[in-house]
Design a binder for this molecule. Structure first.
Ligand code: 3PG
Length: 306
């Protein structure tokens, strides 16, 4: 069996060593395609792979068609909007993610971006503190939970809204569960986004929603760029000079944001929420184990295209 790690944004070396151990022990072969720049390289590499480990790499119908021997794709991470699930199901390919494995890394970055924002991008001027501020966690999954845990240490007042997570689960963590997304935004000065990119959420973070936030508002996005209505966020930031936007996913209109909102806008050059050795080890090794479990024993616990 051949397992391909296809990562445009590579894992830390130590994670690759861990993945290799799992694959070696199973008696499988490991192939690496890292930092590729062209889809053609991916199409060539997948040709004889039985299993693929990816990150945000796009696995569409064309990639699936080129992967004639493929049985399973594991997205080493949480969001699987980069995989065409319908095409995978049609091709008889199992798709999995590794939920929770990189959640702490993303949550730590979210808090880091909050501090960076309220301290005026470390420019030496007097900023504000997070203590006592109202934090709104938009979607209470693995990352949202970790954000709540860390934000407690900062002394923030923590609120959450999640359309699918029961209120009792949220409140058990000492977090106030709100009834609607509108209530979350009108209550909280800082909102941290943890929603997936789906047909329902795309472009959903718009002018009207963000304009409900109180004065001195800050939006932190470590989720997906697709959920943001960029044109409306630009309009809002033009209308409200108190509004800050910190994002780990560079918007399509990055140049315009950077030029118009210097000092209250920041984007990482490449999504780096999950870029830690620990997250790479956790997600990468989990992916390798899930592949072995599936190919050897048919275990499909984390399958997302059932
Ligand atoms: C995820 O969905 O797990 C995160 O967005 C991390 O994505 P990455 O593996 O591309 O860094």
């Amino acid at each position: 069996m051949k397992v391909l790690v296809a990562t445009e944004k590579p894992f830390a070396k130590v994670a690759i060593d861990g993945i290799k151990n799992v694959i070696d022990e199973a008696g499988y072969e490991l192939a690496l395609l890292e930092k590729y720049t062209d889809k053609a390289q991916l199409l060539e590499a997948v040709a004889d792979a039985n299993a693929i480990i990816i990150r945000s790499d796009i696995v569409d119908a064309e990639v699936l068609a080129a992967a004639k021997e493929l049985k399973i794709v594991v997205r080493a991470g949480a969001g699987y909007d980069n995989v065409d699930l319908q095409a995978a199901t049609a091709a008889g390919v199992c798709v999995m993610n590794t939920p929770g494995q990189n959640a702490n890394a993303v949550a730590e970055l979210a808090l880091g971006m909050m501090v960076y924002g309220v301290r005026n991008l470390y420019n030496g001027t007097s900023g504000t503190e997070l203590m006592g501020k109202k934090l709104g966690i938009h979607a209470y999954g693995n990352v949202g939970r970790n954000v709540a845990r860390i934000a407690k240490g900062f002394g923030m007042e923590i609120y959450a809204y999640d359309a699918f997570c029961p209120k009792e689960v949220i409140e058990k963590d000492g977090v106030i569960a709100l009834n609607s997304v509108e209530e979350l935004y009108s209550t909280c000065q800082v909102v941290s986004l943890h929603i997936p990119a789906t047909a329902e959420t795309k472009n959903s973070i718009n002018y009207d929603l963000l304009n409900k936030m109180p004065k001195g508002a800050m939006l932190v996005n470590t989720a997906r760029k697709e959920v943001i209505n960029e044109a409306e966020v630009i309009k809002l930031m033009e209308d409200r000079c108190d509004f800050r936007y910190m994002t780990d996913i560079m918007p399509a209109a990055n140049a315009e944001f950077a030029e118009k909102f210097a000092g209250r806008y920041f984007a990482t050059p490449k999504k780096m929420g999950a870029q830690t050795a620990e997250a790479n080890i956790n997600a990468g090794i989990a992916a390798a184990n899930q592949i072995v479990g599936f190919l050897r024993d048919g275990i499909n616990k984390f399958q997302v295209n059932k």
